[in-house]
Design a protein around this ligand. Structure first.
Ligand code: UT7
Length: 317
């Protein structure tokens, strides 16, 4: 026994920032960003934080399936841009939505949504929970260096959530870590200990764009090949692939290498940019609400990012 996704929700802040607006304070252009990344606009927090976005996405997901907060047995959340180191985002969601179950966060950057599903699968398998809420929420605008055109044009803010219920909708997964901080890192504030000899680093996202790009394409291709092979499936058996929205060119290149038509890959990066742990649940919610998912459809979720980590799974809708 694993779980099935019975509800989805998302929330993005109303403020939209276009590529042209960015090009007023950083040396870039709408043309470059569209061509090299695929982003046209992103939603950016003004008076909201990651916790606010998380709660709104969570409430939308619960309403989507008519689940009351009191029915939840577990909440897992993920963020790299939360308001506080403690309490975790999941604990704040638990209180604000009026749930009573236990709650904890995981840290797996942009791959976190699949890591959360896999973690939840263990609780379902042990019969420990009957309903769970999974939330990815990011205020990336807080941790990008707005003077670094290599990162600030890519990211956006948002949250996505899913409600899981005991069922047979989690088919298989593959989780991979290649630990290291050379390619992507987000340093924490190091404190002010009078005894520390460690030099502070700027508390912004650092990313070697091209290295990350290569890692991402290879990760998506190897994960999808393995999932199909291990489950005796071909791409024709898969209704849709929902990739982490990091760069449209990453998705196109992976599709070409896998010889899978690009139409099978869901893309919404043009609207939101890269919302890290929120990107896959936001995409799932858009698909769910637009009626593009049919019960029984096999869907591949595939994510990669800081860690470095990549995680992909097959779900049955
Ligand atoms: O979610 C976490 C995972 N993250 C990712 O998967 C991101 C993966 N990486 C990428 O998406 C791409 O590497 C970037 C979008 C970050 C960069 O695109 P790129 O095609 O790899 O550009 P590049 O770093 O090779 O730079 C090419 C040129 C350089 O100029 P020169 O040296 O050729 O004159 C850059 O300085 O583009 C320049 N450039 C820009 N120009 C205008 C870099 N950023 C910009 C910019 N606007 N925003």
């Amino acid at each position: 026994m694993s779980f099935s996704i019975i509800g989805t929700g998302m929330y993005v802040p109303p403020k939209i920032v276009t590529n042209d607006e960015l090009s007023k304070f950083v040396d870039t252009s709408d043309e470059w960003i569209r061509q090299r990344v695929g982003v046209e606009r992103r939603h950016i927090c003004t008076d909201e934080t990651a916790t606010d976005l998380a709660c709104k996405a969570a409430i939308n997901a619960l309403e989507n399936c008519g689940c009351a907060p009191g029915e939840l047995d577990l909440i897992i959340a993920a963020t790299v841009s939360g308001d506080m180191a403690s309490p975790s985002v999941s604990c704040m969601v638990q209180r604000r939505i009026g749930a009573e179950c236990f709650a904890f966060d995981i840290n797996a950057a942009c791959a976190a949504f699949v890591f959360m599903l896999d973690t939840a699968a263990g609780f379902f398998k042990r019969g420990r929970v009957k309903k769970a809420l999974i939330v990815g929420a990011e205020q990336m605008s807080k941790i990008v260096n707005w003077e670094d055109r290599g990162t600030c044009v890519i990211f956006g803010d948002g949250a996505g959530a899913a409600v899981l219920e005991a069922g047979d909708g989690y088919v298989d997964s593959v989780l991979t870590t290649k630990g290291g901080d050379e390619v992507i890192r987000i340093p924490h504030f190091i404190g002010k200990s009078p005894f520390s000899t460690i030099r502070p680093q700027e508390p912004y996202i650092f990313m070697e764009g091209q290295e990350t790009f290569k890692y991402a394409v290879n990760a998506m291709c190897s994960d999808i090949r393995k999932l199909l092979e291990d489950n005796n499936l071909t791409a024709d058996d898969i209704a849709l692939i929902v990739p982490h929205q990091a760069n449209k060119r990453i998705i196109d290149l992976a599709a070409a290498r896998l010889k899978i038509p690009t139409e099978k890959f869901y893309v919404n990066i043009q609207e939101y940019g890269n919302t890290s742990s929120a990107s896959i649940p936001i995409a799932l919610d858009e698909l769910n609400r637009s009626g593009r998912l049919k019960r029984g459809d096999l869907i591949v979720l595939t994510a990669f990012g800081g860690g470095l980590s990549n995680a992909s799974c097959i779900i049955k809708w």
